[in-house]
Each structure stands twice: as C-alpha cells, then as structure tokens.
Design a protein around this ligand. Structure first.
Ligand SMILES: [Fe+2]
Ligand SMILES: [Fe+2]
Length: 307
C-alpha cells in the first residue's frame, strides 16, 4: 500500500525544502489534473492520477552526477541521453529513482512521469492528463495558457496536442532541438487539431506573428458568446501594420473572411473569420477596450463549475 504522507515527505526532501516553488507547482499540477479528469468525465482512478501528478517532478533537482550513476547502473544508452537536453532527464530517468525510493512499480504511473515533458507517440489517458496538467496549471504564465486551460476542461487530448504544438514553436524560436518523443506525439495526434477550428486557429496565429503583431492572445469564448469559438487579440504598432492584417489573412488563409470592420484609422480593426474573431488594436485602444480582462476571467469561471 502506498502511503501518501511518506511520499510527500520524501518528495519535499528530494525537491529540497528551499525549492518551495517546485513543491507548490506539484500541488497545482495535482489540482489541474483533478479538474481535467472531472470536467472531461474521464473514467480513470482519480487517486492514481493525483499521485502521479504529485510525483511527476520528483527528480527535478537530481544532479547530473546522480543521473549518470543511474545510467551506468541500469546499463542505459549514454549516447541517447547525451543527445537529450538535460532538462528532460528528470522525466526520462525518473522511473528508476521513483521505483527504488518510493516503491512505486505501477507501469502506468512510471510511464506518465517518464513522458510528462516530451509526450510520446502512444499515450495513455494518464500520460495525456499529466502532460497537460503540468503545462497548464494555474501559474503557468505563457500567452496561450489561458486558452489551453479552458480547452483542457473540454477536450483534454486536443488541448494536450495544441500544447505540444506551442511547445515545439517555443523550442524552434529558441533554436533548441525538438526531442523525437515530442515529434512522435505531435505526428501521432495532430489529426485531433483538424477537428473544430483548431487548425485554423493555429494558422491565423502564425499569420499574425508573421506580420509582427505584438502580444497576441487567444481566448476560448465558446462559453460567453454563441457567435464565435475563439477570439484573438493583438496589438499593431502602426496604421500600416494594422491595415495589412485583413489583406494578409485574405491572401494566406484558405478560409473565408465574413467581414472586416474598423474606422479606417490606426485605432482598431476587427476581422470576422466565422468561428474566429480577430481584434487588432493600437496599444492605447487595447487598454481602453480591455477585452483581455474580460476573457482572461473565462477559464476561472469554468473552474468554479468543477468544484
Ligand atoms: Fe517536469
Ligand atoms: Fe512539472
């Protein structure tokens, strides 16, 4: 029988009492994982999900030396790990340490911990939940987090694949290599993005980024308006840039534009893409309209429903 108190104590020790943030992140991941399960009504052992979320970063502060000893002890392929960003070692090598120290030998738990950073080409429900909960817990600050969190409550697999897509974009921008496991996950499950309008959403965001709009935020507005599924808000730094938005969307997107509105000056333009609405503002006007504030609260109201 696994004793949760003992595990928590060990976890704190492993994460180092001073690394309070990491422990709190683990607790937030547990909360997020629980919400994902309840909201999606996933038929899974909730206690097992919570335990996995709690220990997913058990090896986050393990030193390289200690990992090298594990690689040697278990006769693992050192070249494979050398080619892998050290940040991922805490996930891939965790099963060995967790099994030895916590006595957990459940394959499903160990695999979900192993793949929580990279994903994998074949993922169980538990793998999906832990991967997504880790990257969308409440304090994750990146721009798409609020959209992904909202989506996570409605379709966790889709949300996980979209998260994977954003992760790959970040790595590409930072000129870091994308792990083969991550590519495997994306290639196996990207078909899920073809449903709904997620593929279009990704395309629109790419186009807006291509013309260098700033502070691009995507919101899931299905809960607040029947007219659109998603709203994108972005800032243009000049009138020319703003006027270029409809032209570029018309030219590069394969889907139709239902309408374009705006005063024709540099303050704002609104592009209606059927299920997606794009609002581009000057910096001042964006603050004035404060759409971000309205929509940022949406995922929170979804959370309340769960409790
Ligand atoms: Fe991690
Ligand atoms: Fe984590």
């Amino acid at each position: 029988m696994i004793k949760i108190d003992k595990i928590t104590e060990q976890l704190k020790k492993r994460l180092n009492e001073k690394d309070d943030d990491r422990y709190l992140h683990s607790l937030r991941t547990v909360e997020m994982a629980e919400r994902i399960v309840l909201k999606n009504k996933i038929d899974i052992d909730l206690e097992k999900v919570k335990l996995t979320a709690l220990i997913h970063d058990y090896c986050k502060n393990v030193s390289k030396d200690e990992f090298l000893k594990i690689i040697k002890k278990y006769n693992l392929d050192l070249d494979f790990y050398k080619k892998t960003n050290f940040k991922i070692w805490h996930a891939l090598l965790a099963p060995y340490i967790i099994e030895a120290e916590l006595g957990i030998n459940d394959e499903e738990i160990l695999n979900a911990v192993k793949y929580h950073t990279t994903g994998y080409k074949e993922m169980s429900d538990l793998d999906f939940i832990i991967y997504l909960a880790d990257l969308t817990e409440d304090e994750r600050p990146y721009p798409e987090a609020s959209l992904l969190r909202a989506l996570a409550y409605q379709d966790y697999k889709k949300a996980a694949v979209l998260t994977c897509y954003y992760q790959m974009q970040v790595l590409e921008k930072m000129k870091l290599e994308i792990h083969p496991y991550t590519l495997g996950m994306y290639n196996s499950y990207k078909y899920l993005l073809k449903e709904d309008n997620l593929e279009n959403l990704v395309k629109v965001k790419d186009i807006l980024e291509g013309i260098k709009l700033q502070n691009i935020k995507i919101y899931d507005v299905r809960g607040s308006t029947p007219l659109y599924d998603y709203a994108i808000v972005a800032t243009a730094s000049s009138s020319r840039q703003m006027q270029a938005v409809p032209l570029h969307l018309k030219k590069e997107a394969s889907f139709g534009i239902r309408g374009v509105e705006g005063p024709g000056d540099s303050s704002w333009v609104l592009i209606d893409l059927n299920s997606i609405i794009v609002h581009v503002f000057s910096k001042d006007q964006r603050e004035l309209y404060a759409l971000d504030q309205i929509w940022e609260d949406l995922p929170k109201s979804l959370e309340k429903e769960v409790k």
